[in-house]
Design a protein around this ligand. Structure first.
Ligand SMILES: Nc1ncnc2c1ncn2[C@@H]1O[C@H](COP(=O)(O)OP(=O)(O)OP(=O)(O)O)[C@@H](O)[C@H]1O
Ligand SMILES: [Mg+2]
Length: 411
């Protein structure tokens, strides 16, 4: 028997209700992709000639986040490998441009999937891009097959590196005699092609396939399909999947969000030692996800913005809500004095309030006072956890330790 340790209590309390956790991870590729058969067929129809060594058109896949673009392409890659196990006619190469984001990194990753012989692999560093281009071209043409290269998150590479790689990949066929290369670009930024040069734009987008967001019923089906393998029957209360689907459908029909919600709900139930997942766990999970998102934003704020936010918080604690920009500015200057920070002008502070408003941390409404002019009415719209986070920020230690001098009476 294992000796008891600091994890024992935790393991005993934890009641395992998720049979297979990896099924709920967003990196998991399911066998079945409900409501994407039409898109799968569209891609298959374009790509299928590669199995007879005919070059398919390039494709640009566009769709919002969580609409199944990556899942569909990985699924097609798996099926293509089944159809041509030794990759005699067609090789499927997948590169995520977000993970490898330098031109060298992308070419290194792509080339070394293409080049099989260990002694011909491209070194991790040290070659010029031109040298990689030329070696790769030679290698590809020596193999007489179709190379389908998927560039996922293609806009990320473009933002960071410009279009050199796309130029190389979309013009390589002009110098190839035997093999051919087809590109499948994936992006969630519909506007990305506007910035490409006309030649690359028209070549990359020979075929365009749009992935629409999922509606609530589709999200339910996706969740049920995953839940079937992840949970034993009866572990999910009947309203859990519809609730997760409804909450995620409101937020752009993102299947990743829906899966995250279900996974975190189940995790919370497990940690509580509960035997079933209920809609209460889902509600809790949703709050937790939102809170995590706001906390991430708060961490990236500058000290000046945090000071403005603390001023809003302190005004609210003085029951001064809704407050005006002037109220916030007065408190802001007071805090700056105490912590020894130079104060910005009221105009700049108003700008920072607008930024906090755009991030959803405060709520600012323009209010007109007739001839007296206009000002903003400001309300705090963050939960108490965020308030505590700001108040606990190291930047304000001196402020909270500060004791105003008591007035001495002179007789
Ligand atoms: N039709 C579907 N059936 C089952 N699972 C799906 C389906 N569509 C998406 N998913 C799942 O949802 C998650 C997100 O999907 P995916 O990663 O493919 O989105 P994406 O469109 O590539 O998003 P992004 O633009 O953010 O990269 C993954 O776990 C994926 O397996
Ligand atoms: Mg993706």
């Amino acid at each position: 028997m294992t000796e008891s340790n600091i994890f024992t209590q935790y393991m005993q309390k934890r009641n395992v209700i998720v049979k297979d956790k990896k099924i709920l991870q967003s990196s998991y590729i399911p066998e079945n992709l409900p409501h994407r058969m039409d898109k799968i067929n569209e891609v298959v129809e374009i790509v299928a000639p590669s199995l007879n060594k005919d070059k398919p058109s390039n494709i640009l896949i566009i769709g919002k986040t969580g609409t199944g673009k990556t899942a569909v392409m990985n699924y097609i890659g798996k099926e293509l490998r089944k159809a041509d196990p030794n990759q005699d006619n067609c090789a499927f190469i997948y590169v995520n441009c977000e993970v490898v984001d330098t031109p060298y990194g992308i070419l290194y990753n792509m080339s070394n999937q293409i080049i099989e012989e260990p002694n011909m692999k491209i070194p991790f560093t040290g070659w010029s891009l031109d040298r990689i281009f030329s070696e790769l071209t030679k290698y590809i043409d020596a193999h007489d097959k179709i190379y389908i290269i998927v560039l996922d998150e293609i806009d990320r590479s473009f933002q960071k590196n410009g279009d050199d790689i796309f130029y190389f990949l979309t013009t390589i066929n002009e110098v190839l005699k035997y093999s051919k290369v087809s590109i499948i670009g994936i992006t969630n930024n519909a506007k990305f092609t506007e910035f490409l040069s006309p030649k690359i734009k028209s070549r990359l987008g020979e075929e365009k396939i749009i992935f629409p967001p999922y509606n609530v019923v589709q999200l339910q089906d996706i969740l049920y399909e995953r839940a079937k393998f992840a949970f034993d029957e009866g572990v999910l209360e009947p309203d859990v999947v519809p609730y997760c689907a409804a909450l995620s459908a409101q937020e752009m029909g993102d299947a990743r969000k829906a899966l995250d919600l279900l996974r975190i709900s189940a995790d919370i139930a497990e940690r509580n030692g509960d035997k079933k997942v209920t809609s209460a766990h889902v509600r809790y999970a949703k709050n937790k996800i939102e809170l995590d998102a706001v906390s991430e934003i708060i961490k990236t704020l500058t000290i000046q913005s945090k000071t403005v936010l603390l001023s809003v918080i302190l005004n609210k604690e003085d029951d001064n809500e809704p407050m005006t920009t002037g109220d916030v500015f007065t408190k802001y200057k007071y805090i700056c004095d105490i912590i020894g920070q130079s104060a910005l002008t009221q105009r700049r502070v108003a700008g920072l309030i607008s930024e906090l408003d755009m991030l959803g941390i405060v709520h600012a409404r323009v209010k007109s006072f007739g001839r007296a002019g206009r000002t903003k009415e400001i309300e705090l719209s963050t939960p108490k956890e965020i308030v505590n986070m700001i108040k606990g920020d190291d930047a304000f230690i001196d402020f909270f330790a500060y004791k105003p001098p008591t007035q001495t009476t002179i007789c």
